[in-house]
Structure formats: structure tokens, C-alpha cells
Design a protein around this ligand. Structure first.
Ligand SMILES: Cc1cc2nc3c(=O)[nH]c(=O)nc-3n(C[C@H](O)[C@H](O)[C@H](O)COP(=O)(O)O)c2cc1C
Length: 231
């Protein structure tokens, strides 16, 4: 399957999260293209709050960074964000990236193609904070309309991969295979209930309240007010 992976830090071989992501890619890519981005190098800016993207995302001041990432995500079957826990959450550069994609939340202009995709959030911590870190990312995947999102969490009790014990590595290898099987099995299936419910709720809100003329026009153009569904 075509994969777009975003690494939340610039660490590679030394990083436990990176090494786990590579194991998933080995299980899942099956010879299809894998596009990789590393933060903060590939998107080093914070959202300026200009609101431009909500009417036209190509006018984002950081569009030269955002466009390749947006295109690669639209082209992938599976999106992966792999990031360690920093102070109980994802590192700031991951949040800074996600802020730039507020325009494609279902409250605004979700991209139809996302509803047929799957996503995976990979996080490691020394011990704690992984639930919050997964939620930091999964909220965006769910509200972008990504059909199914899986999470992989591991307390590695280490600050780098070579310190990770053999026992933990064995557990990781087994869990990577089990989660990969689930991802392969769910290929092409309808979005999970939560994602469908957000879509129905946002369709009601867009149609009834029309807070933004441009968002409402987008929903209408897609036929979503007339019963058409993006999946
Ligand atoms: C700035 C910073 C904050 C961290 N905060 C936490 C934390 O809140 N909870 C925790 O269990 N580990 C925390 N850690 C440890 C890392 O999450 C852990 O070592 C992780 O596996 C590192 O991932 P990496 O090897 O992929 O870089 C922190 C590490 C750093 C550098």
C-alpha cells in the first residue's frame, strides 16, 4: 500500500519511534511508494492565524511546505505519524504541522479522498503520556475524515533505540505484525462509526447554519447536502 509517513522529530537510527515506523513500513508497503517527511525540517513554521486557508488553502503563507505534504497524503492509502511523547503530548512541531491542516477538518472542507484511507499513530515514551500523544494526532485524522485510525503505543523505558531491551523489542515485533494484519484486512472498508457520525453532524451544521458561505458552497458542490457520501 502507498504510505506517507511523517516523523515527528529529526532523529532516525537512534530513535525508537523511527525504528518502529520502519518495521510497519516493511510489513505494509509491499513494494508501493513510501513518501517520508521529517519535522521540523520539512515544515518548520508555526501557523500565523491569518485564516487564509479556510477560504483558499493555497494562500497559506507556508504553502510551499504544506503543498508537498498535502499532496503526498492525498496520494497515499495509509498515513503514518510517528512521534515520541514530549511532556505528555506530541512534540510541538507535530502540533504546528496539524494546525496548518485545520482547513480540511469536517467543520470546514474535508477532502473526500480521506474517507477511504487509513492512518496509524505511532508513539513511544519512557513510561507515560502516550494516550494524550495519540489523541493529539488522532483528533486531526478523525476530523479530516480518515476512515480508520490505529495506534501503536510503547513504553520503551529508554531514551534511544539501542537501549531498548530484547524483551521489549520482541513484544514490539509481534505487536507490529498484529496491527499490520488489521490494517491490511480493513483496506477499502467504509469509515468507522465515529467518522461517519462526525460527517453527519457536520453536514447538519453546514446545511442549517451556513456559518461560512465558502464552506457551505464546498459541501454543496460535492453533493453532500443531496445525500451523496464521500466514501
Ligand atoms: C523533551 C522530552 C520530553 C519527554 N517527555 C516524556 C514524558 O512526558 N513521558 C515519558 O514517558 N517520556 C518522555 N520523554 C522520553 C521519550 O518520550 C522517550 O525516550 C521516547 O522513546 C523517545 O523517542 P525517540 O527515541 O523516538 O526519540 C521525553 C523526552 C524528551 C526529549
Amino acid at each position: 500500500m502507498k504510505i506517507t509517513v511523517i516523523y515527528g522529530t529529526s532523529r532516525t537510527e537512534r530513535s525508537s519511534t523511527y525504528n518502529i515506523a520502519r518495521q510497519f513500513i516493511a510489513e505494509l508497503a509491499g513494494g508501493d511508494p513510501v513518501t517520508e517527511f521529517h519535522l521540523p525540517k520539512d515544515m518548520p513554521n508555526f501557523c500565523t492565524g491569518c485564516f487564509n486557508c479556510f477560504s483558499d488553502n493555497t494562500t497559506c503563507p507556508h504553502y510551499t511546505y504544506i503543498k508537498p505534504i498535502a499532496d503526498a497524503m492525498l496520494n497515499a492509502d495509509l498515513l503514518i505519524i510517528a512521534a515520541p511523547v514530549y511532556v505528555f503530548h506530541v512534540p510541538g512541531q507535530v502540533k504546528a504541522l496539524l494546525d496548518h491542516f485545520g482547513y480540511q477538518w469536517m467543520a470546514h472542507k474535508p477532502r473526500a479522498a480521506f474517507f477511504k484511507k487509513q492512518a496509524l499513530v505511532i508513539t513511544t515514551a519512557a513510561g507515560a503520556g502516550m494516550r494524550h500523544a495519540v489523541k493529539d494526532v488522532q483528533d486531526s485524522f478523525d476530523w479530516w475524515g480518515v476512515g480508520r485510525t490505529y495506534s501503536f503505543k510503547k513504553a520503551v523505558q529508554a531514551s534511544e533505540w539501542r537501549q531498548v531491551s530484547n524483551k521489549t523489542r520482541e513484544e514490539i515485533a509481534l505487536e507490529v505484525k498484529a496491527t499490520s494484519q488489521k490494517i491490511l484486512k480493513q483496506r477499502g472498508s467504509a469509515p468507522r462509526l465515529k467518522v461517519r457520525l462526525i460527517f453527519y453532524l457536520m453536514r447538519f451544521v453546514q446545511n442549517k447554519y451556513r456559518y461560512s458561505a465558502s464552506d457551505a458552497a464546498y459541501w454543496k458542490e460535492n453533493g453532500w447536502f443531496d445525500g451523496k457520501k464521500p466514501w
